[in-house]
Design a binder for this molecule. Structure first.
Ligand code: AMP
Ligand code: ZN
Length: 476
């Protein structure tokens, strides 16, 4: 099995730290808003990586965090008159609902930064004791970047070029750093911000130290795979390596995996650009689930290689939707045929055909073994669909034969987290999305649309109740 490692810029054979086990850490979202579909890309990709390892018989310890202390969360809390904790815990719950609807397996552990502060203080203290960090006059703790020999290795950046890029910051920042390249491990609190006691000042951790600590606590000092979107390579992952390797004295992660961006058209320039909350050019998962089955969104993410950029468009979503329907129709046809056919044993001819069908599984595995090429893996599922439709059109096969083909189709789809059965019931996230749309319609005095949504939900057995705390809903 080969994995493209950002560190070596090569595909490398996967050799686990411990035979039969995979320890994997995926940087999770900062929770101050509903997640957008750009955030969903790494979630779906690395969930698929995990599923493939499971299929191959590995025991996978999968850790993915929530960053729940951050300037953006604090800002949102101040705007809404809430505490940062209220904001983050709300969006963690909402994020979990979206993940469930996208058929993302719950992480083995999903730690929250605010609950791991003791570990962060310990690691920062170790870095100070080893001379890799220092305390400035105001209590800020900085990492002494130049002391770490391998700095820049992951992002393939030369430290002197980096220094040139940072010089400006030093002039304008007025910070108490020894060197512009140094980054924050602990910072003093500001008025109205959440804070924790520490040996240096009342304050809070920097973002990078959080992941180093949570990865160490739940997976150990050396892990197999560390992953996230490509924007995290520098500085986030570079800094994580500097912190963890200096503190622990060993390799932090053997394989670094990064997904490409999900892009969206900028209406003004007509060019595709990275989907991002800060530019305001994004769709939340909920927006998309109003129009599409969550399985379509999942399938969309798997339709191209994870390292390639992916442009979100209605045309591509429609194409993916009909592709998914082709798979589901093939499965349904096999189920119908199996229900009415007889014969529990394969005929000699059918044995040969089943072997032929297993050839598609081999192709699927070859694609996945080659750095998780889901695009090619999906193609082999379509080949199986075509083969299966041709066979199903012929009369006289045994029940055992239809069942064998169905099993192939279901198993391969399942590795990608794709369900071959249509889901009839609305998922929680879809209900919430419709309720939100109804609220918006009411605000815009579009009562006809609001009533239509209420009726649509009622038809699905969802009952709405308007309360002072907002709309509550139950399943009948
Ligand atoms: P954030 O909440 O911004 O820290 O992002 C959480 C995860 O989503 C990180 O792994 C990011 O790299 C990833 N991410 C954010 N935007 C995009 C995008 N447009 N395309 C792909 N991945 C993204
Ligand atoms: Zn991280």
């Amino acid at each position: 099995m080969k994995i493209y490692n950002t560190l070596s810029r090569k595909k490398e054979e996967f050799v686990p730290v411990e035979p039969g086990k995979v320890r994997m850490y995926v940087c999770g979202p900062t929770v101050y808003n509903l997640i957008h579909i750009g955030n969903a890309r790494p979630m779906i990709i690395f969930d698929t990586v995990r599923r493939y390892f499971l299929y191959k018989g590995y025991d996978v310890n999968y850790v993915s965090n929530f960053t729940d202390v951050d300037d953006k969360i604090i800002k949102k809390a101040q705007e809404e008159g809430k505490t940062a904790e209220e904001v983050s815990s709300h969006y963690i719950e909402e994020c979990k609902k979206d993940m469930e609807s996208l058929n993302i397996l719950p992480a083995t552990t999903a730690p929250q930064a605010t609950k791991e502060i003791d570990g962060m203080i310990d690691m920062i203290q170790t870095l100070i004791d080893k001379g890799f960090a220092y305390v400035a006059e105001d209590g800020t703790v900085y990492y002494r970047t130049r002391k770490f020999q391998d700095y820049g290795e992951l992002s393939h950046k030369n430290i002197d070029e980096l220094e040139a890029g940072h010089r400006e910051i030093q002039v304008t920042g007025g910070e108490q750093k020894e060197d512009p390249l140094d980054f924050v491990l602990w910072k003093p609190k500001k008025e109205g911000e959440p804070y924790w006691d520490s040996p240096w000042c009342k304050g809070r951790p920097g973002w990078h130290i959080e992941c180093s600590v949570m990865s160490k606590r739940y997976l150990g000092d050396t892990i197999d795979i560390h992953a996230g979107g490509e924007d995290l390579v520098f500085p986030h992952h570079e800094n994580e390596i500097a912190q963890s390797e200096a503190a622990n004295g060993c390799t932090f992660a053997k394989y670094w995996m990064h997904n490409g961006f999900l892009n969206i058209k900028n209406e003004q320039s007509s060019k595709y650009e990275k989907m991002s909350k800060s530019t305001g050019n994004f769709f939340t998962v909920r927006d998309v689930l109003e129009k599409y089955d969550p399985q379509v969104l999942r399938f969309f993410m798997l339709s191209v290689h994870y390292r390639s950029p992916l442009n979100f468009s209605a045309e591509l979503m429609e194409a993916v939707k009909s592709g998914l329907e082709r798979i589901r129709n093939a499965a349904e046809l096999l189920r119908d045929k199996a229900a009415s056919a007889q014969g529990d044993a394969l005929t000699e001819e059918e044995k040969g055909l089943v072997q032929e069908a297993e050839g598609f599984r081999k192709k699927f595995e070859e694609a996945m073994d080659d750095d998780f090429n889901t695009a090619d893996a999906v193609s082999s599922i379509f080949e199986l669909v075509k083969f299966s439709n041709t066979q199903a059109a012929r009369e006289g096969h045994t029940k055992a034969f239809y069942e064998a083909l169905l099993k192939e189709l279901e198993e391969l789809s399942d590795i990608l987290g794709i369900k071959t059965e249509k889901e009839e019931e609305l998922l929680d996230a879809q209900v919430e999305a419709l309720i939100q749309e109804r609220q918006d319609a009411r605000k815009a005095k579009n009562f006809a649309r609001a009533d239509e949504i209420r009726d649509q939900l009622a038809a699905q057995g969802i009952l709405l109740k308007d309360t002072r705390e907002g709309v509550k809903w139950t399943r009948a």
